[in-house]
Design a protein around this ligand. Structure first.
Ligand SMILES: [Zn+2]
Length: 442
């Protein structure tokens, strides 16, 4: 049976609509129709699988435009370190111990966390992209994945480009759900001529770019956004993560090149990088979305945190009358769809059936006043209010259960912890960590 009917729920079609009661008819991976509640019993829909979702609120699935899913192993390692120590003493040495199977289970655990938090699409940059793509494919989530590309030697660079292309050739377009782009890490880790090379390759493969831009203050001294623009990179559909330290001229560049920005408020604050001038960028018509960043710097993939903290930070910066709930929801939904050039982020016919079912029978949604539900989603809700998550017309999560697991949940968690321990054991036995421990002891 390829059709589904979600009945009796309240529905928020988009950030700018009002909450109304509709029955949602889904055919394969798309929304076919929205029927006034009750009408669906009177028209002949043929054979459909019905779901009674009384007392629930259906909203578009959240679109997470920046993450590093394999980093689930690194949650809670280094909460109180500077960006430099965090990266060079804790992250990079451990990343040396990752292997394919380890990466697969790391990505799997992050994707399960995202699904249970209402995220239906994620944009990911890391190593082991074939394993991330496989994990995303296996679980049924929508994913845009790119190999993190940084430059050390020509040999290392060429190897990473080759891996990125291999993942593209194997996974791009799979199931109309998995897409592979190119991920030059940042302009301070990739020289301009290499950014130009990535632009040429991505143009040839007709795909997207993911990059970190102006995340920390000292990056401003390291490169100029005009030079990045001249590499041609921004001529491709690009998601730029962070953009915390952009000035007026940078905002001009991002605006004229229609670069999409991933706002990562929790990661930016936790690493002490500051508050991105989102309202200024919105005023220049830049398409802004939300990203969680990875578990190592966030430490959770909780989209509700991004909306709430992201919202209150902009209010703190610009005043309480700026940055409306609708603005935040647009950034969570349709702006992500716009960035990824895909019909997601709205619950309308011909849009993908990517949606979240929220349980209104919980304190976070009291009072159940329809005019307040958008506010409840942004400022009150949390992941435990998620009743179900659907991607491409398929429930991946329903009433506390994951429905697309290829192996037992317990087995996945056990393997994850076994691999976690292997990384830690190797790290603790390595020369690097010895010197690290010496440092710490001093
Ligand atoms: Zn990142």
């Amino acid at each position: 049976m390829s059709k589904k009917l979600l009945k009796n729920a309240y529905v928020l079609i988009s950030a700018d609509d009002d909450v109304e009661k509709f029955d949602i008819l889904i055919d394969e991976d798309e929304i076919e129709d929205l029927l006034a509640s009750g009408d669906s019993t009177e028209v002949n829909l043929g054979e459909v699988e019905e779901y009674d979702l009384s007392g629930k609120l259906i909203v578009p699935g959240f679109i997470n435009t920046h993450s590093h899913s394999v980093m689930s192993y690194f949650r809670g390692i280094a909460d109180d370190l500077s960006l430099n120590d965090w990266l060079f003493k804790e992250m990079l040495p451990r990343e040396d111990f990752l292997e394919s199977e380890i990466a697969y289970y790391g990505a799997l655990v992050s994707i399960l966390e995202m699904i249970s938090n209402g995220i239906t699409t994620f944009v990911d940059m890391y190593m082991f992209t074939d394993q991330i793509a496989k994990a995303a494919y296996d679980l049924g989530i929508r994913a845009y994945i790119s190999r993190g590309l940084s430059f050390d030697t020509d040999e290392g660079w060429n190897r990473r480009i080759k891996e990125n292309i291999e993942t593209y050739e194997k996974y791009n377009g799979l199931d109309s759900r998995i897409y592979i782009g190119f991920g030059p890490h940042a302009p301070y880790t990739v020289p301009m001529d290499k950014l130009n090379e990535v632009a040429e390759i991505a143009k040839k493969y007709n795909t997207h770019i993911q990059i970190h831009l102006l995340e920390s203050a000292n990056e401003r001294k390291q490169y100029n956004l005009l030079d990045v623009e001249n590499t041609g990179l921004f001529d491709l559909p690009t998601v730029a993560a962070h953009c915390v330290h952009v000035d007026e001229k940078d905002i001009e560049v991002l605006s004229r090149k229609e670069v999409n920005v991933a706002y990562n408020p929790v990661s930016n604050m936790k690493l002490g990088n500051g508050i991105a001038p989102i309202v200024d960028m919105l005023d220049k018509n830049i398409n802004i979305t939300f990203g969680t960043d990875g578990c190592a710097s966030n430490n959770s993939l909780n989209f509700f945190n991004e909306m709430k903290f992201g919202g209150i930070l902009q209010k703190y910066k610009y005043g309480p009358d700026r940055f409306s709930v609708e603005q935040i929801l647009r950034m969570s939904w349709e702006n992500g769809g716009f960035a990824l050039e895909t019909n997601i982020g709205r619950l309308e016919p011909e849009f993908k059936a990517d949606l979240v079912v929220l349980d209104m029978d919980s304190f976070e949604f009291f009072p159940n006043d329809l005019s307040r539900l958008k506010s409840h989603i942004v400022y009150s809700a949390n992941p435990k209010n998620i009743f179900a998550t659907m991607v491409a017309g398929k429930f991946l999560y329903y009433d506390g259960e994951f429905l697309t697991l290829k192996e037992e949940k317990e087995q996945i968690y056990e393997k994850f912890h076994k691999f976690y321990q292997r990384i830690e054991d190797k790290y603790n036995n390595s020369d690097y960590s010895d010197s690290h421990n010496d440092d710490r002891d001093i």
